[in-house]
Write a protein of this length. Sequence first.
Length: 412
Amino acid sequence: MNPNELNEQSLPEGLHPDTLAVRVSIPRSGYGEHSEALYLTSCFVQPDAETSARRFAMQEEGYTYTRTSNPSVTAFERRLAALEGAEAAIATASGMSAILLMAMGLLKAGDHVIASQSMFGSTIKLLGSEFARFGVQTSFVSQTDVAEWRAALRPNTRLLFAETPTNPLTEVCDIAALAAIAKKAGALLAVDNCFATPALQKPLALGADLIIHSGTKFLDGQGRVMAGAICGSHQLIEQVFAPLIRTAGMVLSPFNAWVVHKGLETLSLRVAAQSANALQIATWLEKHPAVERVFYPGLPSHPQHRLAMAQQGGVGGSVIAFSVKAASPEQGRARAFHVIDSTRVCSIATNLGDVRTLLSHPASTSHGRLSEAQRQAAGVGQGLIRLSIGLEHVPDILRDLSHGLDSCGRID
Ligand SMILES: *Cc1c(COP(=O)(O)O)cnc(C)c1O
């Protein structure tokens, strides 16, 4: 078989994302399986030594070794790229390894990065500590104040890295405004689209150059596997990131790729249903007397509500953060733990984007390894609880949260 034929799938132009989500894949094998085959293999048998040599030299398409590529991984990459409206995507072992691959591919000693100070905790750690050791400097600026991003520019700024909405406070940044700043400075803008997913938000259409994904979250959607990806131009994906991941090795396993590939089929339905549940729950929390503040982009009280609605197709997503009323950080922590420990339906787990509702205490989990100063800059207080809303019946979740919230005052 012509190895190019191996890779071509003929679908008409102009299909809606809902169609792409269930149809973009790799061609069927000779057996005609309807559900995509899982290519659980570490290497591929070559027809002859000449062909093998050409494939290893990247002069001919064709699979050789799974660290370089694998059909199950290709299938996931294509479907995700189609949903993001990207020319190409490259899959990685986790969301963090996607960020690692991006930083390794784009940066060298002496380069400068601007990132939001309220990004995911491990992202702050990776850029602010690990890459600092290799001579890459990162300025952490306000998530929401575009002027701070502009003021942080230096002649050696190569990358602006934003995450919107952020984890856990759901702060929203203006992707188009940051893209304009990056473009003018000759830098790239990358957006971590983990919370909104392509079901709600398309960063490339707003001017971003790269999209980062943790496939572990909504793309899988059922909390089964770790996965990550970068989406972007053919040039960056094929010329920069693909050769690098082949060397560095943080590739997605075929099994995980297959699971996430299937997860994408139900992404838009899940995100819509979970977001609708989240809006009801956020509205209820906002009225609860034990709650100090609710952070949810779908609520009119959210500081960037209008921007979020414009950027996310009028939908707030399904992650909510809220703080309990407390007189001190110690009391806040005790009350938050009480609310968390009083639930019997929600899972106490530090993940999100699952069809089951999860709740966590960011200050002692996802943001536990940050210094107190970094935590405060990120706005993660001891009384804060993060909820990732699933598909359960809403009144069941409200009742579950009521147990602890209604008795908060009695535990001090
Ligand atoms: C979880 C997460 C990551 C990291 O993804 P992993 O798959 O856990 O490595 C990156 N960014 C955001 C916003 C996340 O929520």
